[in-house]
Design a protein around this ligand. Structure first.
Ligand code: OOG
Ligand code: NI
Length: 466
């Protein structure tokens, strides 16, 4: 079979994320209502803000606006995580970044499976925040044993999905029919099962240890726990949610509203209480509830360099220190004020962000630059070309997650009663061993994308080096 007959991994990812979205909207109708609200708000923003509409056009962002989504799952064993890595590889998704959530009282560590090249991201930005439960953090030995047994017993992938993953690895791709089948089979792993694999009593024990543990251990598979469309105005959607019968979390995670958005702002609606059936040891079912699945929205801004990120982390920490308590409905106004005050120290125009090397950019040759190609000094520097308006820059969008924000999203969906502090040090190496691969350093990816855009400019304008 030749490579031409294979469906591209970008195409499989795009189709898969669409199939997942349809499945989730059916499973959680309130998520469908959120998607509608976001689409409406995006249309309004674009019609009001011509500059933004134009910028999204230039960077090609406009094409992926409606499909911008991420999801999240939680798995229980190294074996499950390893196989997920192979499954996501079929869709051109690699593990990027390491997130330690134990420091925030959530007994998991995580990575994000996503496309890494800007062209692939443009075709489908879909990514999956994937967490591995840290069983060693369950203090009760008996309960830990029960969790291990339950996890060892379950099979979260269909036989056919596993065969198709192996086939993909052997032949280097999947043809049309195989790709279609793969999407159907892979989706099964993420489906919701209302029938638990434990008795009501076992569920309660797991739940009492940590709600997240019950969510990972007590079910047949790692159901997708939320999906996330992209909004152009998160504050507007946050305000509009209650009018649609959607209850948002208390505060938006991440930086405050800005002229030049940085990193990632997120908010979610609270997880729904859903009917489940527990299975007693004599085989009969008992009705109960489980609360895990929700909907989220995100607004992405420019990716920050290590220097910019250090400044972000410092200002966010200072905000939390000043609030002296977790952000809740009660202190939300105060939190937002403190956040805005502290972030005044973060430059809010792209030229300053670039000059101070706080953020990553993509560079584009201008029409007049291209027209001047023949007469241009081949030794021109980037700054000279920018001053001549031969080169312009656009923000490079942040494609990853933020550990403090992720912890906030987890916590708002786990009930506010859990603020356990775990003593055990996290370990990226342990995570990578479970994953069976190293996670990619996201900063290198941004640097490479910026560098590639400079290279393209240099070639287009015929200058030696940028
Ligand atoms: C993942 C929460 C983190 C985000 O967007 O930061 C997350 C989870 O609840 O499993 O999705
Ligand atoms: Ni999320």
């Amino acid at each position: 079979m030749t490579a031409q007959q294979f469906v591209s991994s970008n195409e499989i990812r795009a189709r898969f994320s669409k199939a997942m979205s349809i499945m989730y909207q059916k499973e959680v109708p309130l998520y469908g209502a959120l998607v509608e609200l976001v689409a409406e708000t995006n249309r309004q923003v674009l019609s009001e803000d011509a500059i933004l509409a134009n910028q999204l056009q230039i960077t090609g962002e406009i094409n992926r606006l409606a499909m911008e989504r991420h999801g999240a799952i939680r798995v229980g064993t190294a074996e499950e995580l390893k196989t997920l890595r192979r499954l996501f590889a079929v869709m051109g998704m690699s593990p990027v970044g390491y997130y330690d959530l134990a420091v925030a009282g959530v007994p998991v560590h995580s990575t994000a499976f996503r496309a890494v090249h800007e062209t692939a991201l443009q075709l489908s930005p879909f990514r999956v925040f994937t967490s591995l439960l840290r069983l060693e953090l369950i203090e009760n030995a008996q309960l830990r044993e029960l969790a291990q047994q339950l996890l060892a017993r379950r099979r979260i992938f269909t036989e056919r999905a596993l065969e198709l993953i192996t086939l993909h690895e052997a032949q280097g791709g999947l043809d049309e029919e195989q790709a279609q089948e793969f999407i159907v089979q892979a989706l099964e792993t993420f489906r919701w099962h209302s029938q638990a694999t434990v008795s009501a009593d076992e569920y309660q024990q797991l739940h009492d240890q940590h709600r997240l543990i019950a969510d990972v251990v007590a079910f047949k598979g790692p159901h997708i726990n939320h999906l996330t469309p992209r909004t152009l105005d998160i504050d507007r959607v946050q305000l509009a949610m209650p009018q649609r019968g959607i209850t948002p979390k208390a505060v938006i995670e991440g930086p405050p509203p800005r002229n030049c958005p940085i990193l990632l702002r997120q908010t979610s609606f609270k997880a729904l209480e859903e009917d489940v059936a527990f299975i007693e040891h004599d085989g009969h079912e008992v009705a109960g509830h489980h609360t895990a699945r929700f909907g989220e929205i995100e607004q992405r801004g420019i990716a920050l360099t290590p220097k910019g990120r250090a400044l972000y982390d410092r200002l966010l920490q200072a905000t939390h220190d000043a609030l002296q308590a977790p952000a809740t409905e009660k202190n939300a106004v105060q939190y937002n004020q403190l956040l805005a005050e502290h972030f005044q120290a973060f430059p809010d125009d792209y030229a300053a962000l670039r000059e101070q090397r706080l953020a990553w950019f993509r560079y584009f040759p201008t029409e007049c630059g291209l027209a001047a190609k023949e007469t241009l000094d081949k030794n021109s520097s980037l700054e000279q070309l920018i001053a001549l308006d031969y080169v312009r820059f656009q923000p490079l969008v942040y494609e990853d997650f933020l550990p403090v924000s992720a912890a906030g999203i987890f916590q708002s969906n786990l009930g506010d009663s859990h603020h356990t502090q775990y003593g055990t040090a996290s370990s990226r190496t342990t995570f990578e061993q479970a994953l069976g691969a190293e996670v990619i350093d996201e900063l290198e990816l941004y640097q490479q994308t910026q560098q590639r855009s400079l290279q393209t400019c240099a070639e287009a304008l015929g200058v030696y080096k940028l």
